[in-house]
Design a protein around this ligand. Sequence first.
Ligand SMILES: Cc1cc2nc3c(=O)[nH]c(=O)nc-3n(C[C@H](O)[C@H](O)[C@H](O)COP(=O)(O)OP(=O)(O)OC[C@H]3O[C@@H](n4cnc5c(N)ncnc54)[C@H](O)[C@@H]3O)c2cc1C
Length: 234
Amino acid sequence: MTETHLSVKLLYNTPNPDSAAAAAARQCYSAKGASELMESLSHDEVAKLVRQVVKSGHHSVLEHASFTFAAEGLSRACTHQLVRHRIASFSQQSQRYVKAKDFDFIMPASIKAKGKEREFADFMAASAALYSSLCDSGVDKEDARFVLPNACETKIVITMNGRELLHFFEARTCARAQWEIRSLAEEMMRLSKERAPIMFENAGPSCVSKGVCLEGKMSCGRWKNIPGCILKGD
Ligand SMILES: Cc1cc2nc3c(=O)[nH]c(=O)nc-3n(C[C@H](O)[C@H](O)[C@H](O)COP(=O)(O)OP(=O)(O)OC[C@H]3O[C@@H](n4cnc5c(N)ncnc54)[C@H](O)[C@@H]3O)c2cc1C
């Protein structure tokens, strides 16, 4: 059993995601087809179109660009939050079919900061021992897993389109999001920006993407350092 850490890879994405979204947007108002537009739009035209659709909220065209990530070294506590995002596709390692003997685990920094590292690791070991004993006594994995902790490491493939990614980044890169899903979202955002730098150029929490913080008195205060940003909420 070992402590493990988050790893995120962008497995694949729609080729030229910015151009794909721009061609789809332009086709709505053009006699030309998206295929021809995809070939003929200049970089500047693509940039102008994508910026327009992001700003205007005409986000359906961003749904034509899809991104698939492989995330490992994250906890079940994190994926429980992640899979609440319904406009996404997920394939997660099954605890019914994959035996979790000697599972890896995620240890929050706060546990270490409080000097509780040893107790935490001991609890993981005790959980793994009980799990193995249940499996060895003939209990099905699907029932033995009830004694596994939220810290148990999992692996998940995530597919989101550009529109859902922008929404996901708003919710989960915000300082109010829990630290582990925030780390996941920040890494997915960094990788997405490499492939679609225009679509995601203003991606981030709503203070960054929309110039408004909705957290009211729970706000982290970052909005104050963003020119023109306003605070809303109770
Ligand atoms: C800081 C934070 C704290 C949270 N705390 C809690 C908590 O205490 N308890 C809890 O249960 N959850 C909590 N959540 C989860 C949250 O309530 C959402 O379930 C989660 O963020 C998914 O968001 P979503 O529904 O907007 O996104 P998605 O499911 O990704 O959907 C994207 C968008 O599609 C549209 N959409 C999707 N499905 C429907 C539908 N059926 N009908 C109409 N429109 C739809 C909506 O516009 C939605 O915003 C928290 C989330 C955050 C970020």
